[in-house]
Design a protein around this ligand. Sequence first.
Ligand SMILES: [Zn+2]
Ligand SMILES: [Zn+2]
Length: 545
Amino acid sequence: MAILRHWVVSIADRIEKYWSDERKPILVCNGGLSVSGLQHVGRLRGEIILVEAVRRVLEDRGWKTRHILVLYTQDPWKGKDAQLKVFKDANANRYIGWRLVDVPDPYGCCDNWVEHYWMDFGPYIKDFSEDVEVYTTTDLYRMDSMKKIIGEIIDRRRSVVEVLNKFRGRNPFPDSWMPFEPLCENCKRIDSSEAIHIDLDSYRVLYRCRFCGYEGVSSMENGKLYWRLEWPAIWKALDVGFEPYGKDHATPGGSRDSCIEIAREILRFKPPFGIPYEWVGYTVKGRDLGDMGSSDFIGFTPREWLMVAEPEVLRFYFLVNEPMKRVVLSLDQIYRYVDLYDRAERIFFDVESLDNKDELLLIKESYLLSTRFNPPPRLPFQLPYLHAVLLVQVLPVEDRVEAAIQRLKSTGILNYELESWEIDKLKVRLICADNWLKLCAPDEFKVKLLEYIPEDIARNLDDRDRYLLRILLDTLSVCVWSEQGIKDAMKSLTSKLSRSDQEKLFKSLYLILFGKPYGPRIAPFLSLMSRDVILSRLKSAVEYP
Ligand SMILES: [Zn+2]
Ligand SMILES: [Zn+2]
């Protein structure tokens, strides 16, 4: 039987094979993003986390690598409905066709559109991948290496048209077509002008604007290449050796194929090894809102993720799922991804077993990659996310970490002294859980233990309620005060009760604890509470008045 390899390792193998004939001294791994709106976490999948993992494997094998991220800031702003909507100004459609970097910040707090939307993504990249070098296409068009490549393309424009027309079906470019899109200095559009004459020596272009009719000369630094030429030009300028790309570019005869041919036939270099990846879906309260999308403003940002969960949880999630598999993320289910990560950690440290050998390897390697080959020395103390959610609601805000440790010890969940790195982890989890409650937790996760039983609730308990609470009190008085102990005790109690008595018991239990007929899963909650508080609460309900 073939030995399964992690898909990241397979990609690294394929890259090594691809470059075996002309090994690069430094392998440039490149990602690209258009800052057309919301910079969502889906964009971390291919361009950041996949690249970082592949780099780690290659560096482990002795390669030198760089991770570059290109922001397509020179692209025109499309003025999609969702983009228009973020402006209070009803005349925002006047920015259509402007370079993204020229569009104003709808909120007025930054210099422009790009800077505003980059704010929730750029500063957080380092939490998901180290040493990412960010370039904008606005920067690139000012670089001499890029200018030289543009010169090559202009000089060979007849052949360029020939190659491109192979991919354009019944809509070919005319022989006279100029592969450059100048900026109109009158209306600021970059998508509307026709280049009439290009002077490479002065690096200026004579153009006529189809939108406003203006005819003038502008610097080529402000314009851009037709996008199917821009991509291979960037490969060459940055000497890209590996690049993941969104699945929309992957279709045969699609944009990537034409870029590869331009690279080989016109610019005469070996194009990068590429790997396609799937989009990331977004759900809210169980409803699938479709794929995350920047210009449609669907999804949430890395900043929002880091408020509620550790970065390695997302790294693991994207690494354990193959790149062409559609995955879905939801802020209201964040605890599920954290649980998956914690389980992987237990499996990695052989504390939890798994019969399926392939799955075992996939999980162990994904975990190791998610720690950047730097796992903790042993299995850390794990506080399940939903336990953290309960804890932050029942503990005082002051000295919360200390109080949490005390509580976890007194309830038997923790039975050894934590090392400082474990305390740091615990602290982060408590902060995340607290943020999640405040920002995105569904109501059913919000609990508040009442100080005492409200008079009307106590009075309204009937004899049967009191009887059921009494046998619960008897059971809990003698059980082991741990989640498992409580769970087992309650199970053996409720298994002897009729369905309606079970419902009655839980309803009155929730009422005397929270004042509502529903609440969190009871065993984890009780196990985090002081035994005395719970038993005396039951006692006062049973003994009322
Ligand atoms: Zn702003
Ligand atoms: Zn114009």
